[in-house]
Design a protein around this ligand. Structure first.
Ligand SMILES: [Zn+2]
Length: 270
């Protein structure tokens, strides 16, 4: 973990430091070595949250884009008392989970059900073949009327199978921690795969990193997701009951802006 509680305050690991786990309350020790990024580890139990993934540089650089008070949030399920630590929870109650290692579809589904209002950010640079597959599959993307938005039919030819049945948006980061000097390199953008299908086709949107980060901070990301979900649900009336819960949260922020040609504009009043 990046944070422990030290004297009740969220604190990063420094050599020799001791802290308390914000989730289970047991002792944590700071691990500050040469090979792994500085982190906190449980002194006795291996880890209190089985969903917790050993953090990489990639996780950290992503988390660091967000305010400290949004990072590593303990979320208890009031009914079952199950607890998990969300990587990021925005002030608009959107969870952002950063997934570096492989995850089975069943496990992915469990987490989507637990977090409900969430997006995945997937490390698409862990396996070289993932980006190769994406580049190859790209030739089958169909342009929409909005720049940077595509219809994708043969999803399995573009993305790892684990993510194809996801019920929430999945954002692929093919750049990883690499820095790329060519501004036209496709890996500079993130690619957001939306969950619903229209006649077997999914919507994929290219989104700039800064846009993604800033829109989580000002809450517009939720609006953007809802707009795209709405476009699709209108064409899929049979799926009206299966609307993701993410919509409930967005409503509160819905009134001012609409998405037109890929841009947010203030709603006109008549
Ligand atoms: Zn713990």
């Amino acid at each position: 973990m990046k944070f422990a509680l030290v004297c009740g305050k969220k604190t990063e690991a420094t050599k020799g430091a001791k802290g308390i786990c914000p989730s289970c309350g047991s002792d944590l020790v700071a691990k500050c070595g040469k090979f792994k990024i500085n982190h906190w580890a449980h002194k006795r139990i291996r880890n209190c949250d089985l969903w917790w993934e050993n953090e990489t540089e990639w996780h950290r650089s992503w988390k660091n884009n967000f305010p400290v008070e949004w990072q590593e949030i303990v979320l208890p399920d009031e009914r079952t008392h199950e607890k998990h630590i969300a990587d990021v929870r925005t002030s608009y109650d959107l969870m952002i989970e950063f997934q570096h290692s492989h995850i089975d579809p069943e496990e992915r589904t469990k987490r989507e059900k637990f977090y409900k209002n969430m997006v995945w950010v997937v490390d698409g640079a862990r396996l070289k073949r993932d980006y190769h597959r994406f580049l190859k599959g790209k030739s089958n993307f169909r342009n929409t009327e909005k720049k940077g938005y595509y219809f994708v039919y043969s999803l399995e030819e573009c993305f790892p199978s684990t993510w194809l049945g996801s019920s929430v948006p999945v954002i692929f980061d093919f750049r990883g921690t690499e820095s790329i000097s060519d501004i036209n390199d496709m890996r500079n953008s993130l690619y957001c795969l939306f969950p619903k299908r229209i006649d077997g086709e999914a919507i994929l949107a290219a989104i700039e990193r800064d846009t993604f980060i800033n829109s989580t901070i000002d809450g517009k990301l939720l609006l953007w997701i809802q707009n795209l979900m709405d476009n699709k649900t209108k064409q899929e009336p049979q799926n009206q009951n299966a609307k993701p819960q993410i919509k409930n949260n967005i409503r509160r922020h819905e009134s001012q802006y609409v998405l037109e040609r890929g841009r947010f504009i203030k709603k006109r009043r008549f």
